[in-house]
Ligand binder design. Sequence first.
Ligand code: FAD
Length: 281
Amino acid sequence: MQSQKKHPRAFSFEFFPPKTPEGMEKLRATWKQLAQLKPKFFSCTYGAGGSTRDRTLETVLEIGSAGHTAAPHISCVGATRADIAATLDLYKAKGIRHIVALRGDLPSGAASAGDLRYANELVAFIRERTGDHFNVEFACYPEFHPQARNPLDDLRNFKRKLDAGANSAITQYFFNADSYFRFVEDCEALGITVPIVPGIMPIGNFSQLARFSDACGAEIPRWLRLKLQSFGDDLASIRSLGLDVVTELCDRLLSAGAPGLHFYTMNQAELTSTIWQRLGI
Ligand code: FAD
């Protein structure tokens, strides 16, 4: 963890772009509440093929106009080079300097994978088109990406994104701190020393969490899965155990030298704020 301890801590909060005016109103209350915690930046996800481009941009611009740093995500799956260039030009024209670059996942039934196959190609394209304009964050996987051929291959693919010019990494969420510590050690062995910020998923709903986790390859430890499942519809018990588990995880990560935390807020302030208060950040 030596490589991580030297970085200043950075905290960030991720949202998804709401589909309705009511959702936007709710998100407004959420980001305003979380802004009081003074994160380094907020980020907003981006639908495959640019399906949320306008709403992602709208969300980011609204947060940015209140004086906060807000980073839109951008993904390459299902997009042509021309689509991606247009999005980058738009972000640049709006004064955005911080982005999160991803491959994305092809929706089932989608016709084409797009011009760029992997996120390292997207990062290279961003640098080719916009030079050093953007601070580029990218994704990594302490428990390995579900499509990776093997852990070493995934690690090498992680390094390709850095070699293409990305600046720092945010992990997929995980509940097992050791997977992160091991991952950082493996990165150090390959000479990777950029910040690797743990992605944190507060637990508010078991069925949704189980669905996400199955899809993205994040393991819910058996004991935790069974306990959460046994609570059924009792949301208060799910949240109470979830808060204990996730706060303890964050505490372990920060104590060991993690360079901050990136919260997948699911557009809700309450769980993230409670974890934050309990950590005494
Ligand atoms: P890549 O780095 O391209 O990796 C994908 C797979 O391909 C991996 O298995 C990797 O090992 C392999 N691979 C990579 N490069 C090569 C190569 N050159 N040759 C062979 N194999 C290779 N999704 C969205 O749609 N929108 C979002 O806004 C979004 N935000 C996210 C934010 C974070 C912090 C994280 C962790 C994930 C996010 N995702 C988002 C999900 C992400 O798009 C998926 O996890 C996706 O499956 C992989 O994206 P990636 O950028 O890691 O892809």
